[in-house]
Design a protein around this ligand. Sequence first.
Ligand code: DGT
Ligand code: CA
Ligand code: ZN
Length: 573
Amino acid sequence: MMNNRQLADTFTLIANLSEIKGEVIYVILAYRKASENLMTLGREASEYWKEGKLREIPAVGKAISEKIDELLTTGKLEFLEKLKQEVPASLADWLQVPGLGPRKISLIWRTLNITALSELETAAKNGQLRDLPGMGVKSESTILEGIASLARRSGRIPLGRAYPLAQQIITTLKRVKGVVAAESAGSLRRMRSTVGDLDILVASKDSAAVMEAFINLPGVSRVLGKGETKSSIEFTDGVRAQVWVHAPEKFGTALQYATGSKDHNVQLRQIALAKGLSLSEHSFTRANGEIFCATEQEVYKTLGLPWIPPELREDHGEVQAAKENKLPNLIEVKDIKADLQTHSTWSDGKLSMLEMAQAAAKRGMKVIAFTDHSASLGVTGGLKMEDHKKQAAEIKKIQKQLGDKILVLHASEVEIKADGTLDYPDEFLATLDLVVASMHTSLRQTREKVTQRTINAIRNPHVDIIGHPTGRLISDREGADLDMEAVFKAAAETGVALEINAHPSRLDLDDRYARRAKELGIPISINTDSHSEDDFDNLFYGVAIARRAWLTRDDVINCWSTKKLLSWLNKKH
Ligand code: DGT
Ligand code: CA
Ligand code: ZN
């Protein structure tokens, strides 16, 4: 059965091939929109399908629901097979080349009869493109540059890399004369787990000075465009950034626009129109003049709405919630009082338990659980059962030194083995304060197997939390092909918590699953999975994902008082 990602990829492919074929734009946009919504859906489309409710998926109308139905029934799509006979599927990759649009692709393909990206590169190198209508030596070199930059750019940028880079850029730009404010915008400000590029907003009356500083940032390899309000650059590692400069009195409107998402902004413009206003990047306009907004608060206020936190601006119901004054009171970093997955030198961590506990206490934690790995994860120096006696004794010792600054829990990150059993027997698990169960191996098992493995762990009465449930590594590997709805069902029944692992290479659960879990009343646990002191700072990313999932303090067990947390753990054991 196809999962959401496979369905989304199919519709993106259809959109791309249709574009090269020359299909009308609104049809292409409909496919793209459906693909996007499938990617961000909290439940599998196949679940809606079983209930006969495909049309309830946003942006899925009659034509697309019929295609999903065919794909789920047969695993294939006649329409796509026909389309591929008209337009070879490998041409879709060409659209990724900067500077190459569908019309040129169609022209090159039809004239030279080439379909592979490597053939395109050869043709450009051999000077075969310059004589095609509308092209020249310049377009040849643009295409070659585009192919080279595509090779450097390996897809979207992980938030953990984009965020610190943007902070550096912002710090530099704030020092430029005349700059009143500088802030991130786009998907970065919305804290998506990956971003396409970095968008930065600057308030200044002297745009030229900002642009000059921007294109001269260290590590810039190319200037993609330089203008009065907007400039774009590419760094040597392929990361792209753009800056928008606006006068301080328009900063609110500009920031709101550049933060997006596009779909959120469409909603706002509709509200504006209903009030007889037109909202642009610069201002509101109405019959008798313009309204400028220096802050975002004023933009939303003009629309009769409370300010909406950027993490919610995905057109996932936030505008309606704002209208009804039902926006969630989103969780913040300072609400987190416990870190329930950390590692010490007892397994693969870099610091002793005492050092880790002190570092956590310094960051305001009241509870820390040491979840050193269990034995079967050999590479991490996992603990055998007998090792735990010694670890327990050391915990007792350091607890005396720490006093009531922070409570140390003796826990374990127990491996869910490939056969679905846990690494320690139940009698032993019962002796621990807390059990996190996770998978690190055999993630590519069939959906049935890997789902059953996770459910076994959830149904074990000693397991409290499932660590990084899907096992995805952002930009390295996809998560296991879990039947998430089945996992959620088991977790809801047993009251086991699911983790949002805050490490920026994981961010697992992601926001759409975390939101679905909340809907089903499943407790969430946000943990840093720290192996060193700096890792504790990753909490910020985990909380960002939780905010994108609409989570409040009450949804997250790490925010509870020590008393409530301990009584929850006791009840489970
Ligand atoms: P990304 O970079 O792919 O992760 O996604 P975003 O959301 O950062 O999108 P990007 O970088 O293409 O554009 C930055 C912002 O600019 C976006 O969040 C909203 C605004 N924007 C861009 N294109 C359009 C558009 O066609 N219409 C509207 N209303 N806003 C746009
Ligand atoms: Ca962006
Ligand atoms: Zn782990």
